[in-house]
Design a protein around this ligand. Sequence first.
Ligand code: B1M
Length: 211
Amino acid sequence: MTIFKKIAGEVQQGNSENVVELVKGALSSGTSAEAILNQGLVNGMTIVSEKFKNNECFIPEVLVSAKAMNLGLQVLKPRLAETNVKSLGKVVMGTIQGDLHDIGKNITAMLLRGAGFEVIDLGADVPIEKFIETARKEKADMVGMSALLITTMVNMKPVIEGLKEAGLKDDIKVIVGGAPVTRDYAEQIGADGYAEDAASGVDVAKQLLKN
Ligand code: B1M
């Protein structure tokens, strides 16, 4: 079995310690950080994402795999910075103002990271202005908003309007999700993308940011 398959397998199993050891070993034997990332860590997480999408695994498994992948990524980070591996895009993400539900948002953020996006996670109950300010400051390619309450999903539209007023909307795509949000609603408020689950969120983000 190749080192990449081993790493991908340990990510799927959520064995953080083994992932870290294998990544360190691969680096010290001269394997490139980019190959370890894409063929090992990301491959493993992609399989977990697909299984999650098909109901073949559940939230706890996704969370442990994502944690294992993130720990492996921490080992690679200094090397990736040296080799300038290009991210798929910068996403500013959060649960909308008034809403404390962050489990779905966290999974989406983890899968986006796993797929190669840089994610700035603003957390939950994020004020409308904070999305806009951060998107501007960080020169984001995308803003991702999550809402779980019917009473808070209405706060997504002012973010999109605020991005327009700030002259940022032409350069920034907006993706929305969360249980009460629908494709129709996303269109109504002027979002560029909607995803009904976290794994589809990755597909939609890739689609929106492909050049
Ligand atoms: Co609350 N809650 N909750 N809650 N809670 C719901 C959402 C509710 C449906 C329960 C119910 O009544 N049956 C209901 C909302 C009703 C409505 O408006 N439609 C509700 C309510 C009413 C409330 C309170 C008002 C209760 C109260 O205090 N009276 C209160 C509100 C607090 C607030 O936010 N201001 C409240 C509080 C809480 C807890 C704090 C206790 C806790 C949240 C803990 C946390 O998140 N850290 C909680 C929980 C856990 C739930 C339920 C049980 C589970 C939500 C969840 O995490 N689902 C929920 C009932 C239910 O859904 N069965 C409920 C799992 C998660 C993986 O799914 O977040 O949908 P979800 O994410 C999915 C997709 O939607 C998508 O991908 C994810 C995975 O595939 N997705 C995205 C999500 N964001 C995305 C973003 C994307 C793309 C995809 O791109 C940007």
